[in-house]
Design a protein around this ligand. Structure first.
Ligand SMILES: NC(=O)c1ccc[n+]([C@@H]2O[C@H](COP(=O)([O-])OP(=O)(O)OC[C@H]3O[C@@H](n4cnc5c(N)ncnc54)[C@H](O)[C@@H]3O)[C@@H](O)[C@H]2O)c1
Length: 441
């Protein structure tokens, strides 16, 4: 690690999560159990992956922490905001993701995590009606959240803070150039209490960045996916990452679509459907909230199977700008709770246009897949901040369904899982003082 010029990860790292639901309580419980040696953080790249640095005779395979200084799990202190007052222990039990035997050993630590009052607006998530909420204009909410962050940092003697949104998906907020393009306009709208254009999540992001904390958007909300927030991140020199954890179906899609593209097979349709019975599924049953998720989930294929590059294989035909029909559905189905079932039906064609089908049935556990992403995104955003990186962190695209990119400059997001992995490794190599490369491992 001697080559790295990143600031060391000394002191406590405050991880303040927005939303104390299924995902975050699974993340917290797993982290606390791992600390006690009672569980393994399976699925976490920062805890398991080994990557190559150097080439030829100098090459070695190292864990990330042996290349760059990554915060130790023992140094994490958790905090949270939620609309409901239940503490992390109660909320973990309610979520029914983990068995009691996997929660009880860290009961005391979880009970101590009591949610701060949320910045919430019922119109952004109509199926929620908790009363652990702040009052005030959008700007007053920002100020209260800033105070929460400052108090938390002081009370817990934290060296640094990272804010992670893993709260419910808000209704879709289309980007409006008059409000979302310039920081001054965004601030003016917050001060004017413009509830239509300023989602509560934007108050959290604004507060985090202004308090010197990286902000991660784990839901598909457009919160930091707007030029005004990029401007704020540049101004405060803070990293931002988003959006939407890439957990189940989209992980499969971004890993499987390259098989079709690399092998030069044609695609005529990809139908993805899910049944899900947790509170996330309930919120997403509301059409306006589902719209946010749909936009995020649909974006994956088009940048992997690009119609303009291969008109015979992916070109226009079906009245859409791509030649293939891509549909994504989520249906709320309570009996399954957090155990989501995803089906993908993929209609492909081969030699001389002859059709074939592929079916993928993924019986996954949503929060079990999301928890390690929370850990990796938090630790790597904190690393990025200490490395002096700010603005959109493209190297974190690997973990996200709808990676942020500067669409005002027609930048194209990278959705291809294996290209994203190269970006991740190269950023770590660079932060570790090694040259970036694309050699085959
Ligand atoms: N689990 C996955 O695989 C996965 C993948 C991608 C994205 N996500 C996203 O992660 C988020 C969390 O998922 P979950 O299953 O934990 O949901 P959940 O419903 O169990 O928890 C969300 C929590 O957020 C709280 N909340 C809502 N609005 C809030 C606000 N403004 N401030 C503070 N708290 C607020 C709710 O009260 C709830 O307790 C969702 O947006 C979901 O779409 C999950």
């Amino acid at each position: 690690m001697s080559k790295s010029n990143v600031k060391p990860a000394t002191g406590k790292l405050g991880v303040m999560v927005v939303g104390l639901g299924a995902v975050t309580t699974t993340f917290m419980t797993g982290t606390l159990m791992t600390r006690k040696g009672l569980a393994k953080p399976v699925g976490s790249m920062t805890q398991y992956d080994k990557m190559r640095v150097g080439e030829g005779a100098d090459k070695k395979y190292l864990h990330y922490k042996d290349i760059v200084p990554i915060a130790d799990l023992n140094d994490i202190v958790f905090g949270a905001w939620d609309v409901y007052p239940a503490n992390a222990y109660e909320s973990a039990l309610n979520a029914e993701v983990l068995k009691e035997k996997d929660i009880e050993p860290v009961r005391d630590e979880l009970m101590a995590i009591k949610p701060l009052k949320a910045a919430f607006d019922h119109n952004y998530a109509k199926r929620l009606d908790g009363d652990n909420v702040k009052t005030g204009t959008r700007w007053e909410l920002v100020e209260q959240l800033r105070e929460d962050i400052r108090n938390f940092k002081k009370e817990n003697n934290c060296d640094r803070i990272v804010v992670l949104w893993a709260a419910s998906t808000e209704v879709y907020v289309p980007v409006d150039e008059t409000v979302h393009y310039k920081l001054a306009d965004l601030e003016a709208a917050m001060k004017a209490d413009d509830k239509e254009h300023i989602a509560p999540s934007m108050c959290y992001a604004y507060a985090a960045l202004t308090e010197g904390a990286p902000f991660i958007m784990g839901a598909p909300n457009t919160t930091v996916d707007i030029p005004a927030m990029w401007e704020l991140a540049e101004k405060t020199k803070m990293p931002i990452a988003g959006k939407d954890f890439k957990t189940g179906q989209t992980l499969v899609k971004s890993g499987f679509a390259p098989i079709i593209g690399t092998r030069c097979l044609g695609l005529s349709g990809w139908f993805s459907t899910n049944i899900l019975g947790n509170r996330d599924g309930l919120v997403l049953d509301e059409p306006a909230n589902f719209r946010t998720k749909e936009v995020s989930k649909l974006s994956t294929l088009e940048s992997i199977l690009v119609p303009e590059n291969q008109p015979d294989l992916y070109g226009a035909d079906h009245g859409t700008h791509t030649g293939y029909y891509h549909k994504v559905r989520i249906n709320y189905y309570p009996p399954r709770n957090d155990n989501k079932e995803g089906w993908d039906n993929i209609d492909i064609y081969g030699w001389m246009g002859y059709p074939m089908q592929i079916k993928i049935n993924f019986l996954c556990r949503d929060s079990i897949l999301a928890a390690p992403l929370c850990l990796d995104l938090v630790l790597l955003s904190d690393l990025a901040a200490r490395a002096g990186r700010y603005g959109i962190q493209r190297f974190l695209s690997f973990f996200l369904k709808s990676p942020m990119h500067d669409y005002t400059k027609h930048e194209v997001p990278v959705n291809h899982l294996f290209q994203q992995y190269v970006m991740l490794k190269n950023a770590i190599r660079e932060m570790g003082g090694y040259p970036a490369d694309e050699a085959i491992d």
